[in-house]
Structures are given as structure tokens and as C-alpha cells.
Write a protein that binds this ligand. Sequence first.
Ligand SMILES: Nc1ncnc2c1ncn2[C@@H]1O[C@H](COP(=O)(O)OP(=O)(O)OP(=O)(O)O)[C@@H](O)[C@H]1O
Ligand SMILES: [Mg+2]
Length: 410
Amino acid sequence: MPSPVRVMGVDLGTTKVSAIIAEIDKSGKPIVTGVGTERCEGIRKGVIVDIEKTVSSIEGAVQAAELMSEHSPKSAFVSISGDHIKGINSTGVVAVSRPDKEISESDIERVITAARAIAVPNDRRILHVIPQEFVVDDQNGIELPVGMAGIRLEVKAHIITCSATCAQNVIKSVKRAHLDVDALVLQPLATGYAVLTQEEMDLGVAVIDLGGGTTDVSVFKDGAIRHTSILALGGNNITNDLVIGLRTPFGQAESIKVNHGCAIPSSADQGIVDVPGVHHRKTRQISGKVVAQIIGPRLEEVLYMVKGVLTKSEYYETLGAGVVLTGGTSLIAGIEDLAEDILSMPARVGVPERVGGLTEYVKDPKMSTGVGLLHYAGNTLVKGGVPSIEQHVRIGNVFGKVRRWVSAAF
Ligand SMILES: Nc1ncnc2c1ncn2[C@@H]1O[C@H](COP(=O)(O)OP(=O)(O)OP(=O)(O)O)[C@@H](O)[C@H]1O
Ligand SMILES: [Mg+2]
């Protein structure tokens, strides 16, 4: 029996680092064997601002996951975020090279290289080139044209670029925590893999990852990612509003939000909420409605910004499956109704799907990106030119190839 392929995902979130170790089964599905989460104060709005603190959070999360899984992977798929990340659509065109005009793997590589050839400023790097569809001669909507006959091959691709220094800081922090980077993965891409069904991806859907420091918006349609934006606003802003509105310390405001938070004041809990004062000041009592009156407008602001992004992306009218909300802030009561009102489309809260093993630790909207990194790893294994994942020596080579690319690019 060949030994299973083990991978690790490390999600660098603004409020916490999570590390998840999993075995990848033959279909590419992650079977979770270890999970570790550690608070993080080294990341602000998705971007590393303190390497020491980030390294120590990575080490803490990884050690906890290793302890649970009884394995110590040497490398990890790592998430990257921040409003420096931009997604654009590009196309590449090549002539099919074989004399018999059958499209080969090398034509696919050439056409993707052609789509990559966009002007990127010195201080930015290309993070992903994701093929959306291929066009062979005049026939569009082709997913994988290898083996087809044609003269002209075109690809429509989504290109994601990031700040070179932000990416370098991610790699530096992970390496200082004694891990190699298998790949840097855009957070919304990973999140989409974890929470969406194939049907939603095909019909058209927006994923809104309401995290602590950022709100990530991505659009999937016809099976591929079409748009990405990262807004520098998240659950921490709501907590800060409560700090100011209720005059209470951050930690107390956070627990009031988590325990009594509601997105819609008219349906808020009418019960009494204790509000501890700052530094020995008296505890006051307020109604749950007051808490919702502070939280509601901020969530509305975030959702209107999301609507603006979607409208600008030109996909707003085409989202047949509506929106999927995830991330810790999607746990606020009433958020689905508020999102449906503002975005005028059906909304649901998404937790990681298609995952096995210790699912009780990861079936949580806060873990969507971490689990998505494992799906990304699974896809790399299954679709990355590897015939069978039992041939894990070759898989090592695939990851080795990605890893070398990461070190060369950044
Ligand atoms: N039950 C809850 N109700 C409301 N908010 C919650 C709840 N649980 C967690 N949160 C909020 O979710 C946020 C953390 O979410 P998450 O773990 O998805 O963020 P992150 O990945 O660390 O950050 P980011 O993705 O923005 O970099 C925090 O602001 C936290 O207060
Ligand atoms: Mg997150």
C-alpha cells in the first residue's frame, strides 16, 4: 500500500493563523488529520506588518496541527491577501504548432505564456494565471482542448498580480518558521474552492469572505474564477465601532459582538447586555438592539461596497446562484437577510465542503480559506499532469517544480 500524500495549508489571516494537515485521497479530496490555530497580531488588513509576531503565530499553529496529526510536513501551501492584490482578465493567442494541427500540451503552455505577457511594473509580480476558457479557431467555451484539431488557439485567462514586497514578506515569515512554500495562493481563490458547489461555480456566484481585516470578493462563472477584489474592511472595524459606540475595551467589544451581535436592529435580541467600562469604570447595561444599531450600518457599508465592486465587474446581473458568505463575520445573526436585501439576490453562509477526516475542527466559516488551500493542493496533484496520486515520488516533483517557481519568482 503506497503511503498517502500529505499536504499542509497555512492561512495567514488578520486575526489568526491556521494550519491544517491533510492526506489527499485519489480524487483530490483532503482528509484532515491535524488542525492548529493561533492568534496573530503581526498582520493588518491581510498584510504582514510584523514578521516576528507572524513567525511566532505560524510556529504555534503548525506545532498544534503537527501534534494532532503526528506528522510534520516540511512545506506548506500558504495564503496571501491584502488590497495590493489585483485581478485582470487577459487573452493569449498562438498558432497550433504540430503539422497535423492537433493541439498538444505544449500549445497550452505557449498560449498561457502568451496570456501572461502583460506589462507588470517592477514592484509587482504575477501570482496566478488561471485559464477561464479556450477558443479553438472560432469555437469558444472549451475547457481542455488537448487532442482537438485547430489552427488558432486562444485562451481567456484571469491574471492575479500582487506587490512583490508583500509576497516576499509572506515567504520570509514561512521560511523563518522552518517551512518551504509549495505555492502562494490567493485567499479568495482558495476560499471559493472550499465553499462552492460545482453547480454554483457553473451558474455564476459571488463569494464574499467577511474576515477580520479584509472582505474578499470573488466571482466564479462557467466553472472558473472571473473577478477578484480585496476590500480593506472587516470584522475588526465592527469591533472598533463597538469600542467607540459603547466605550468599552476591544476585548469586551469583541465578545459583545460575538455573543449578542445582529445585523438587523429590528430583529435584534431585546435582552440586556452588560458593557464593562474602561479601566475600573462601572459596568453599564444596554439593550441588544443598541448593539445591532452599531453593527448594522457598518455591515451595510461593507455590503454596499461589495455591490459596487460586483456592479463594476459587469458580472452582477449574471450571478444565477447568488452569493455565498463566509469568514468569521458571516457568523453574525441576520447577515444572510441583510445581504439578500442589499444585493437583491439569494445568499447563504458557506462552510468548507468536500472534506473528510477531522471535519468537526474545520466545518466553520473561519476555516474556509485554510481548507481551500488543501483543495488547491489536491487540484495541483490531480490536474497537474500527474497520472495517479499513488505515484507520490512524481508528486513530490510536481510540488518541487511549483516550489522552484515560487523561489525564482519572488
Ligand atoms: N460568532 C461570531 N459573530 C460575529 N463575528 C465573529 C464571530 N466569530 C468570529 N467573528 C469575527 O470574525 C473575524 C475573524 O474572521 P476570520 O477568522 O475569517 O478572519 P481572518 O481570516 O483572521 O482575517 P482576514 O481574512 O480578514 O485576513 C473577527 O473580526 C471576529 O470578531
Ligand atoms: Mg481570512
